[in-house]
Design a protein around this ligand. Sequence first.
Ligand SMILES: Nc1ncnc2c1ncn2[C@@H]1O[C@H](COP(=O)(O)OP(=O)(O)O)[C@@H](O)[C@H]1O
Ligand SMILES: [Mg+2]
Length: 413
Amino acid sequence: MTLNPPPIKNPFRPGAGHMPPYLAGRKAETNEFVKLLQQDIILDNMILTGLRGVGKTVLLETFKPLAMQEHWVWVGTDISETATVNEQNFAVRILTDLAVLFSSYVVSTSTINKLGFTTASEREKTTLNYDTLLAVFNGTPGLVSDKLKYTLRFIWECLDGLVKGIVFAYDEAQNLSDQEGKDQYPLSMLLDVFQSIQRSDIPFMLVLTGLPTLFPKLVEARTYAERMFHVVFLDRLEPRDSRDAILKPIEDMGSPISLNEDSVEKVIAISGGYPYFIQFICREMFDALIQRAGEGLALEVPVEDIVRKLDNDFFAGRWSKATDRQRELLSLVVQLKSADAEFTVQEIVDQSRKSRRKPFSNSHVHQMLTALANAGLVYKNRHGRYSFAVPLLADFIRRQADKTPTLSLESRS
Ligand SMILES: Nc1ncnc2c1ncn2[C@@H]1O[C@H](COP(=O)(O)OP(=O)(O)O)[C@@H](O)[C@H]1O
Ligand SMILES: [Mg+2]
């Protein structure tokens, strides 16, 4: 009887918010955060921004233990599901998160008295649990922001120097929106509350992560947001770091499979150094190599198969949201020299005049870019220029153009 060797596990993890087997690079960004933790008076909060899949969520996750080492408390939440959040819900949400952390923290009677509160029963101990926080919140007159400010101050007084400060970390913060029609301003409220709290020297720091639309959105809500935040833009990994992201996980597991220089170069080239794509490609490649090794085949990286799978799994769904005319417009965009960085309405109009097809008018391009932005394919930056909102989308569109002149996706079954 022969025993089969244990199956080789694939270490790579493509997937939103999945901690990679090895978090490559990001040293400078981490140092920026550590620097902010040294503040006694908060002058700078952090925004961690970048395209989808660039590694914001997992980097934020690694900040948490760093903050805790420096005696900060960390409260955080993902606000992707709260697009319609109103001020009251958001405030209560913040208090709920705090209550989870502090519910067993007993507040001394002298503090309670000093703050002018009477407890239900003198003998009962007051803790910073949800009921207490909500009682303080509801007992404060004024707007939701006044109530929240007061309650946060109350918490800080009660903690009485026990911790260095509190980090409030909100992932996918671009989902917070002020809604004039509904008279709800949760985004402005967040900024107002923290600005006011920080002005009274309370070390409560905001760390927001989100797509590149986040910072312009904050500045639009409150111009002072520009001075309140230190913006860190996460980009593709440097080639050296990409190499680590590819090789370290394989080395660390003592895998019988090893990659040659040529394969590493290929992965770096196809992924463009974007972390999600590195994980995706390496996962596919690793599976394919295991299979080939099992079948006694030469270990070659099946580049074409991997690119085809990437196109199907990642890009095709997004591309299918665009209409034919929008795809035509995007195919003009990728002909521009600056397509991978940013482009303007005028550049697209000029490019369209050069093509044999019916040209696009200025207002038409405007309209279509707005529609494409709503579909999450492009975004408008603060200077009114546009960029692709999906990494490597331009390369994908170029691949489609090579395949079929009409740019429609062939169905692959
Ligand atoms: N520095 C990195 N090194 C290696 N892989 C990374 C790195 N950052 C992110 N990843 C991987 O990239 C993918 C996307 O990360 P995620 O944090 O969800 O991105 P975002 O929040 O920006 O959309 C995940 O599979 C993650 O494991
Ligand atoms: Mg994320």
